[in-house]
Ligand binder design. Sequence first.
Ligand SMILES: [Zn+2]
Length: 266
Amino acid sequence: MKLHVLDCGAMSCDLTWLLLKPGRTIRPRAERDRPVEWYPCTTHAVLVETDEGSLLWDTSCPRDWETRWIPTGLQEFFPYDQVSDEQYLDAQLGRLGVSPDSLDYVVLSHLHFDHAGNVRMFAGTGARLVCNDKEKEFAFGYEGAFDGAHLKADYEGLDFQTVSGDTEILPGVTLIEAPGHTVGTMAMKVDLPETGTMIFTSDAVYMGDSYGPPATPAAIVNDLTAWYASVEKIRSIAERSDATVIFGHDAEQLRSLRTAPDGFYQ
Ligand SMILES: [Zn+2]
């Protein structure tokens, strides 16, 4: 079993999107003139190779973000402008010698624009596209081209298989239902023989500062009560399994990880 973290560079954004924290993004009067803090909102994918099959977790942002995101306006708030040519998802897979048609599963933590941006690359390859059932129902159910950070251009017309509840999709790889950020957000738990357990939270927990304790929410939360419950669910699973928790958009943490193509976990 081998796990590769693919560092796909970063969007740039006002940290307030990610962290509503007094003293950090929410300012007391003494700091009313201090400028907003912009943050490298890192984005990653994870490749898991097992004897029973291979799985890609999330697909990051697309190369054509600046035009594709125009209907949403998000290209102005989350420009994907801190990325080198070798950091785009297709290049990262290429450097590992992985072609899109060699994968068994492509699992989306949720269908936001910065996670489903390259899922179309896997259409018709034989890889099964997987998301949570409630995420699919929402993402295909709204009227119009986009709703918040869901953008139909990313995924419309693709055939998703769904999972519901916590699901072991490959031996040692479990998808954990963690709604709140969106209705069908999932985290992924991977039990590695040497490293131990790693939990990838995706946007169920943006960064270490969000995890706390206490948990600190963000500007984009579909259901705040569900969000808090999911953070504590992840925390209790992590404590029971003595897991390393990898957050969805934590720049400092991502820099501390072993990343592809040279670094991996076993
Ligand atoms: Zn998201």
